[in-house]
Design a protein around this ligand. Structure first.
Ligand code: DQA
Length: 147
């Protein structure tokens, strides 16, 4: 009952990076929130972060045999990476895409997401609360009720 929580490039700088856009919480805060939210549905959260596209592809491949679901914030790779899209489509693990900021009120280049096409649901603009909502939505999709 493991879910993978995958964070992409620059998300290791959460709390330091553009706090007016991404808030003051750190990646450690996000991962703690995810661990807690996952536990509420009987999931264990395996949280990973990488700034490297291929490493994220490898994590997604690993999820094929290790995870029942994926929560992914691929950062800027969401808007550019066909490789991450293809990995998600390839492994067929139910996936929710998360963005901390509301990408639709920002630059046009953030309005298209390759990862969104490979996810059954996508969430943005809720700040880090989006991760909790994504885990709750994934649990509902997998027929899990809150413990
Ligand atoms: C982001 C939005 C992306 O456009 C940006 O490149 C990020 C973070 C978000 O969580 O709001 O790195 O994915």
């Amino acid at each position: 009952n493991t879910i993978f929580v995958l964070n992409g490039p620059n998300l290791n700088l959460l709390g330091i990076r553009e706090p007016e856009t991404y808030g003051h919480a750190t990646l450690a805060d996000v991962e703690a929130l995810c661990a807690k939210a996952a536990a509420q549905y009987g999931f264990t959260a395996d949280c990973r972060q990488s700034n490297v596209e291929g490493e994220l592809v490898n994590y997604i491949h690993e999820a094929r045999t290790k995870a029942v679901g994926i929560i992914i914030n691929a950062g800027a790779y969401s808007h550019t990476s066909i490789a991450i899209h293809d990995a998600l489509v390839g492994v067929k693990v139910p996936t929710v895409e998360v963005h901390i900021s509301n990408v639709y009120t920002r630059e046009d280049f953030r309005h298209h997401s390759f990862t969104a096409r490979a996810a059954f649901a996508s969430l943005c603009g809720f700040g880090i609360e989006g991760y909790r909502l994504a885990i709750s939505g994934l649990a509902a999709k997998l027929g899990k009720t809150s413990l």
